[in-house]
Design a protein around this ligand. Structure first.
Ligand code: FAD
Length: 789
């Protein structure tokens, strides 16, 4: 691993941990070999060397599960390919449940796994005991067996990946520390190191817990924070044999893995201990932190309960190594929106060994193709924004995210730490009205009005309240605060040309016209769906989902190219107050002199409202007559008070969700995504017949699967999303969004099926099958005549 620094390279990778080496390996595999890996110490000396090496395949989304499944395939063949041992053993894993709720979660997980092509078997406590004889089972409810899971030696894997890359021509240089990154005209230009400079246009930041600092060198947001993370290695235990599966006891926060006849006992405590508040000391190489038995005690006490032999077994070694965690427990992948050519793969939340193979390949493909080749949204760096690069916020948030690995994954679970952060100007009014808040993209948003209720897989305690909010909207009107919508203005002589190319729909409309449209990638898949309002001949207001601010801004900015148009994020400048329902027109007439009788659907204009002037847009996401009011932030309180003075009901996002599903409206990141075309989504009608937009040639190809509406027959069963759909016992698709429909008196959902089969199907709800109706049409069309009037 020579130190002769080249003066130029096509790609420079910073960090010689498992992730950097995997990116290098996959770039080389794709034929990009003018690649240099720079490591400040020795390969794997950062976090990788002390990982426990568990590789669990199951993740919460299909794309992330596929990504890790690829890791297991790669690790299985790497030794034969490179001649380097990796310690890979497909030993399988057993996860056990101490409570009925955890068992429900495992059953849901197993059903999902089967949908993603992973073998998962529900097992009894006795069967769990047969697979893992040294555990106590009399206090268990059951478990799940995943035979495809495995374990590996992280340092050996890293060496094997590095060798595989080097054999194809990649240079791996140790003891070279990156000290500066120069950016010219928004592009990476040069890397400064302790050994000299390298010119490059593509940099990949794989610096683990150091990645935040390397981001800041170039103004790139890499929101992660270190936390201490622990495991112990025990003396030998009778009955612990080399082929013992990995075992996870999430209710006890603990995992177990065989090592030299003893056990590695580690875990994820619910209240983690952040580290590195003043930065990471240098050097920090093959280094551990001090033992902290107090912090580890919650894991150890539970471990002893599960494996009684631990009571009398000595501990050979206590590992306390820092690892980087992100605000939502998913890693950070992709090209930074701030700097072209600056890629990131970091923040692996103690799943970096499992994820490195798939994440390395996905990022290498992204670099070579210029865009991702699969749906990587859950890990996309652009799910955050600059506000997330705040050390105090990150420190407080990671106390919670580490523990999420083994926390119950309750439906609609909200994170509790580091809140509130972003608040609507009317937040205090909503709070005084009794709102129960959730959070998205840092925004506090009303879920419903009423007291917080315990989490459950069954029908939740807030359902009655949400039903009341839905009924108020369907039969009268309701007021929603949707301020968290992302909002941009695109202004310039060629703004219309930019949007005509990016948007599936024709947006060259009259001033005041509002158009719902998709934004596609070159494969015809949805990058976003949003509305554009022509507010002047050379200016558009673009409104998109709360979570997509950075991603959509980046996509549209890149689409501008050389054209004369400027995009500005105006999210914080406007509150959005929506008034929806058949009575909305009459209510608005009480507070405004504008002509709401002559105000067609899909139009927008400035109106007076009380003392204020606001933009009223006739649009709906709930399927009722209604207006979204775009209110300059300084008028928001006044307008909200004025509207509330009419006596209109207030409602939250759970009601919106139920109503949009009843009406069959798709949501991006659920029914729509980079791998879903308008034809599959049933949104071909939003595509210009003349074509001429990005992705047009693929948008309407015959669909391989379809988005469908689903209505359960049993009025008492509850759906949450993620459930499998079966026809004659065979998986044919899955549920993407679900809610209880007070209008229909049963659960409604949207989902994918592999062909356009409609009619009867079964839904697997935690192992129990419920019959349902599938249809391409929405189950409920609230008086369409009135909506379009
Ligand atoms: C106790 C513990 C147990 C774990 N168990 C598991 C497990 O069972 N399964 C699993 O999947 N994951 C596990 N992990 C997580 C896993 O170890 C990490 O996610 C993974 O190693 C991250 O790899 P990386 O390449 O991103 O980071 P690192 O291995 O830290 O690599 C980053 C490298 O960048 C280098 N670097 C930083 N700054 C610079 C610079 N300026 N110039 C040059 N080089 C630089 C560093 O020296 C470092 O070597 C565990 C972690 C811990 C702490």
């Amino acid at each position: 691993m020579s130190k002769a620094l080249p003066s130029r390279a096509q790609v420079v990778i910073i960090g010689g941990g498992i992730v950097g080496c995997s990116v290098a390996y996959h770039l080389a595999e794709l034929g990009w070999t003018d690649v240099v890996v720079l490591e400040q110490g020795q390969l794997s000396c950062g976090t990788t060397w002390h990982a426990a090496g568990l590789v669990g395949q199951l993740r919460s989304t299909e794309s992330m599960t596929k990504l890790i499944r690829y890791s297991t395939d790669l690790y299985g063949r790497l030794e034969a390919e490179t001649g380097f041992g990796t310690g890979w053993k497909q030993c399988g894993s057993v996860s056990v449940a101490r409570t009925p709720e955890r068992m429900t979660q495992l059953r849901r997980t197993a059903a999902q796994a089967r949908n993603y092509g992973i073998t998962a078997e529900i097992i009894t406590p006795a069967e769990a005991g047969e697979l893992w004889p040294v555990m106590r089972t009399d206090d268990l409810v059951g478990g799940v067996w995943l035979p495809g899971d495995g374990k590996a030696n992280p340092s050996d894997l890293t060496q094997a990946l590095a060798r595989g890359a080097q054999r194809r021509g990649v240079q791996v240089l140790e003891r070279v520390r990156v000290t500066g990154i120069s950016v010219v005209n928004g592009r990476v230009r040069k890397i400064t190191t302790t050994e000299g400079e390298i010119e490059t246009e593509i940099l990949v930041n794989c610096a683990g817990q150091w990645a935040k600092q390397l981001g800041r060198m170039a103004g790139v947001t890499v929101p992660l924070h270190s936390a201490e993370h622990f495991y112990v290695v025990t003396e030998q235990i009778a009955g612990v044999r080399p082929d013992l599966p990995v075992m996870r006891d999430p209710d006890g926060y603990a995992y177990f893995k065989e090592e030299v006849g003893g056990l590695v006992v580690g875990g994820f405590e619910p209240d983690a201990k952040p580290w590195g508040m003043d930065g990471i000391p240098h050097p920090f190489e093959f280094q551990l932190l001090e033992e902290d038995w107090d912090q580890f005690s919650i894991i150890m006490e539970n471990a002893v309960q599960r494996v009684p032999a631990l009571e009398t077994t000595g501990v050979r070694m206590f590992y306390n190594g820092p690892e980087s965690f992100t605000p939502d427990n998913m890693f950070l992948l992709g090209e930074a929106p701030e700097v072209s050519g600056y890629f990131v793969a970091a923040g692996f939340n103690s799943a970096g060994i499992a994820s490195a193979g798939g994440a390395g390949r996905a990022l290498a493909e992204w670099i070579v193709n210029g865009s991702p080749t699969t749906d990587l949204w859950p890990a996309d760096l652009r799910r955050f924004a600059r506000w997330a690069d705040n050390d105090t916020w990150l420190r407080d948030r990671v106390t919670e995210t580490l523990g999420l690995h083994y926390a119950m994954s309750w439906p609609n679970k909200e994170l509790e730490t580091a809140r509130p952060l972003r608040r609507s100007p009317v937040h205090h009014l909503l709070e005084a009205g009794g709102a129960c808040f959730g959070s998205k993209m840092g925004w506090e948003r009303v879920n419903y009005f009423g007291a917080p209720q315990p989490y459950t897989f069954a029908r939740p305690g807030w359902q009655e309240q949400v039903n009341a909010e839905v009924n108020a909207c369907r039969t009268g009107a309701a007021l929603f605060d949707q301020t968290s919508f992302s909002k941009f203005t695109l202004k310039g002589r060629e703004a219309v040309d930019v949007l005509q190319w990016l948007c599936t729909a024709d947006v060259d409309v009259e001033v005041g016209g509002v158009v719902y449209t998709g934004l596609l990638n070159d494969r015809g898949g949805y990058e976003s769906d949003l509305t554009v309002t022509r507010v002047a001949h050379d200016e558009y207001l673009i409104v998109t989902g709360s979570a997509q601010t950075t991603r959509d801004f980046d996509h549209i900015s890149k689409g501008i190219g050389e054209r004369r148009a400027a995009l500005v994020d105006v999210t914080g400048a406007y509150a959005v107050l929506s008034i929806m329902g058949p009575e909305s027109r009459n209510i608005l007439k009480k507070v405004s002199k504008a002509d709401f009788d002559d105000f067609p659907f899909g139009t927008s204009r400035l109106i007076d409202l009380g003392y204020a002037t606001v933009r009223a847009t006739r649009m709906t996401y709930v399927g009722e007559l209604g207006w979204e009011l775009y209110v300059p932030a300084e008028f928001a309180v006044t307008v909200y008070e004025t509207l509330r003075g009419t006596g209109v009901a207030e409602a939250g996002y759970y009601a919106i969700e139920a109503m949009r599903i009843e009406k069959g409206y798709r949501a991006w990141s659920r029914e729509l995504g980079p791998e879903v075309t308008p034809a599959e989504a049933g949104l071909g009608f939003t595509c210009k017949k003349s074509g001429g937009f990005r992705g047009a040639d693929r948008a309407l190809e015959p669909p391989a699967r379809r988005v469908v509406s689903i209505v359960l027959d049993d009025p008492d069963a509850h759906l949450w999303g993620g459930e499998s759909l079966l026809a004659d016992g065979t998986p044919v698709g899955y549920v993407t969004s679900a809610a209880y429909s007070p209008t229909l008196g049963r659960a409604v959902a949207l989902g994918f099926v592999s062909d356009a089969s409609t009619g009867k199907c079964s839904v697997d709800v935690a192992g129990e099958l419920y019959s349902a109706q599938i249809s391409l049409k929405a189950p409920y069309d609230p008086t369409s005549a009135r909506v379009k009037a």
